[in-house]
Design a binder for this molecule. Sequence first.
Ligand SMILES: [Zn+2]
Length: 127
Amino acid sequence: MSTSTSYDEALATRPFKHEIDKRDRRALSERLTVIEHGPDVYQVYSEEGIEYLVDIREPSCTCPDFIYREADCKHIRRARIEAGSRDLDALDTEIQDALDTLDDHIASLAAQRAELVRLRRDLDHFG
Ligand SMILES: [Zn+2]
């Protein structure tokens, strides 16, 4: 039956958290100011006005995140976006995929909610 199928699907629902990289999220959403300093070299200013020097070719950055974690920090990612050297279509696809997955979860949760509402109504027949 379709009812039991949707209920089983609903039970399979697990908490969802998208996997868009936090440094990509910050590179896109924070108010960073990027100024071209030379070939492949950029000054990136944080929201607090702190200046970092980024070389997108190495890559390297003078921020603690890059120095201590050796990850491509939000400054490098933002400079690449501004320089046009980041594949924005790939990033867009990644975000769209996360949205699609989230929509599936929302639909599954809605099915689970509808099933619970029906169960409560069924329970009322016995009260
Ligand atoms: Zn950095």
